[in-house]
Design a protein around this ligand. Structure first.
Ligand code: CMC
Length: 382
């Protein structure tokens, strides 16, 4: 038995996976052998889901039936809608609303009696969850605005339909493609904290609803999915401070503040997803307001050149440019992390089912550092 303590499980191999691989020194990410650049430029989010869940990129007829099956599952129950309304009225945070929604989806699951090891049934359940998340999230946002939810449009893909249900406007091609790309970029990323959480839950042979609910919970933290919202909040803080962005970032780093969107447990160089989102952010800025893009690049240049952070392996991660992209698409800031969850649900489901195929309960140990022996004192004598 190896007794080395690996805090944060850093570098510990716990499973084999064919789903995604990260080269943190080269800044390379692949899903089943396809580079993230090729998938982002050439595929749709639905194709990527199919790739992750079924092992190959779909042929046209496969994609057509897969998309139709997903689209059929988009509606959520009246109970879920009523809960989204209540939570919106109570000013609940969107990630908490999403956590509740995913957990509630199981109440209308037609195959709830399927055996835990029926992986085909679990995949269909996963498809239902993935199709319903955008609908529940958009409904929550509509209720917050005091508006009624908008029914899904079966003619729109998952990305475009979400923007439509969120805003009531059918997005133009640039917005739909940009958002679809963002979903592709976030779909999977090895055994990150939320994926591992889902796998731990899945390894007990609990159902996929529990595993995805756990994934949402883990993603909500600022060290993981919450960073994209933090990035945009920092950009707005800089804008509102009326300071030069350079002056702001100098002061912030002198105070020892961590800059959200910088640093990654696995990448020692700039995250390839950040490069793609930077291009999109730049394109959107060229059409509209370049302010956010400009502040972001100023911070990156300062941290890279003056602070030498990139040379130390602390480089922009996926969240650094996603904030300004989503902002320019008109998405409310506190919906950024739920959007991450909307996409990553595909990866969670893929990993849970892959792991369950040859399941072993995940059960690590802690090194005990408490007292070895204490004399028990009854309550009334303490
Ligand atoms: N700004 C300034 N310094 C930083 C930053 C940052 N964002 N991130 C790490 N450092 C420094 C840190 O202070 C430490 O310096 P020192 O060795 O002098 O104490 C060194 O880099 C190593 O930091 P660490 O926390 O030990 O590294 P980690 O691998 O445990 O943490 C991280 C990775 C993502 C938690 C961390 O980089 C961070 O807090 N980043 C900001 C939050 C963020 O952007 N999170 C999103 C991660 S990517 C999306 C995802 O996977 O969900």
């Amino acid at each position: 038995m190896v007794d080395d303590l690996k805090k944060g499980l850093e570098g510990v191999l716990v499973a084999e996976s064919e789903l995604s691989s990260i080269d943190g020194d080269e800044g390379r990410l692949i899903y089943r052998g396809y580079t993230i650049e090729d998938l982002a430029r050439g595929a749709s989010y639905e194709e990527v889901l199919y790739l992750l869940w079924h092992g190959h990129l779909p042929a046209e007829d496969e994609l057509e039936s897969f998309t139709a099956a997903l689209n059929e599952e988009r509606e959520v129950s009246d109970d879920v809608l009523a809960t989204m309304e209540r939570l919106a009225d109570a000013d609940e945070r969107p990630m908490a609303a999403l956590r509740t929604a995913v957990s509630m989806f199981s109440a209308s699951e037609p195959e709830s009696d399927a055996e835990p090891d029926d992986l085909e049934a679990s995949l269909r359940k996963g498809r239902r969850i993935t199709a319903k998340i955008p609908t529940a999230l958009a409904a929550f946002e509509r209720y917050r605005l005091g508006e009624e939810p908008i029914d899904p449009d079966p003619d729109l893909g998952l990305a475009a339909n979400f923007l439509y249900m969120l805003t009531g406007e059918r997005p133009d091609d640039v917005a739909a493609e940009t958002f679809d790309q963002a979903l592709i970029l976030h779909a999977d990323h090895g055994l990150n904290a939320s994926t591992f959480t889902s796998m731990v839950i899945g390894s007990t042979m609990a159902d996929i609803y529990s595993a995805v609910t756990g994934g949402v919970s883990a993603l909500s933290g600022p060290l993981h999915g919450g960073a994209n919202q933090d990035v945009m909040e920092v950009l707005m803080e800089i804008d509102e401070s009326n300071k030069d962005p350079l002056e702001w970032v100098e002061e912030a780093t002198d105070e020892g503040r961590r800059i959200p969107g910088f640093g990654h447990r696995v990448y020692n160089v700039k995250d390839p997803r950040a490069k793609i989102l930077q291009e999109r952010s730049k394109e959107l800025a060229a059409e509209g307001d370049s302010k956010w893009y400009d502040i972001t690049t100023t911070i990156e240049e300062y941290l890279t050149e003056e602070k030498g952070l990139v040379a130390k392996g602390i480089a922009p991660n996926v969240d650094f440019y996603s904030g300004s992209v989503y902002y320019q698409l008109g998405i409310p800031i506190d919906m950024y992390t739920p959007i991450f969850a909307m996409s990553r649900a595909g990866g969670w489901i893929a990993h849970v089912l892959e792991y369950q195929e040859d399941n072993r309960l995940i059960r690590p140990r802690a090194r005990y550092t408490g007292p070895e022996s204490q004399e028990f004192v009854p309550l009334e004598e303490r």
